[in-house]
Design a protein around this ligand. Structure first.
Ligand code: DX5
Ligand code: ZN
Length: 218
């Protein structure tokens, strides 16, 4: 798969004006929604009731990223409210294959995320169960952190495995994606790019999406 998608993260948006903030990213491919529980990561954001309302008012598909413990219990609820994709962390799922199958059976795409220190190799046999593999390029928990270049070889290995498998698995990167870093991630094989501060920190978030898309294809 070639680079396709820019998914702005609303973590860097104005939480008091979410509906208006969504209207500022019309060129985006999906809205990335970061759910944090102050346990899996040291930060707390939003949960099912808020994501449900975002889904109801959003014209864009929802790309939900769950940074929460006990993903097996909570992830299906996000698929049920209509999220296009639900990504759980491998480190937080007791039965990732069963969970991925459950998400797909509800009608959502199944995504699995890996923290920077989690190796990708043990999970490559699961590619057939997944629609999306997320390689974190910062420690999850906060926006605005610098891109971890040390993750590039891991992105390359995951991209090679996906290509070799022939499976249509999207390779997402999340954290520190800017106009400067996006090409390195794209060259390593990432196909879907999450950007929070690079989009909502810009004067014109929609223009920032357009510029990121161009920078990924340079
Ligand atoms: C961090 C979140 C990211 C965050 C990215 O744990 O998963 O989605 O919003 O923000 P930036 O693009 O600013 O690194
Ligand atoms: Zn995220």
């Amino acid at each position: 798969m070639t680079a396709c998608c820019i998914n702005p993260s609303i973590l860097s948006a104005d939480f008091a004006n979410l509906q208006a903030e969504l209207a500022r990213i019309a060129s985006a491919d999906a809205v990335h929604v970061d759910v944090m529980d102050n346990s899996f990561v040291p930060n707390l954001t939003l949960g099912l009731p808020v994501v449900k309302r975002i889904q109801e008012v959003s014209d864009l598909p929802l790309d939900v990223h769950l940074m929460i413990d006990d993903a097996d219990r909570w992830a299906p609820g996000y698929a049920e409210l209509g999220a296009a994709s639900v990504t759980f962390h491998a480190e937080a799922a007791a039965a990732p294959i069963r969970l991925a199958r459950e998400l797909r059976s509800i009608g959502s795409k199944a995504g699995m995320a890996l923290r920077p220190a989690t190796p990708v190799e043990p999970y490559l046999d699961l590619l057939g169960e997944l629609d999306l593999l997320l390689i974190m390029t910062v420690e999850p928990g906060f926006g605005g952190q610098p891109f971890l270049d040390v993750m590039l070889p891991k992105i390359r290995r995951a991209a090679e495995a996906i290509r070799g498998s022939g499976l249509p698995v999207a390779l997402q990167v999340d954290g520190g994606i800017t106009e400067d870093t996006i090409l390195r991630a794209a060259d390593a094989g990432a196909t879907v790019f999450v950007a929070g501060s690079a989009v909502y920190g810009a004067d014109d978030p929609d223009q920032a999406v357009v510029r990121l898309r161009e920078a990924a294809q340079r």
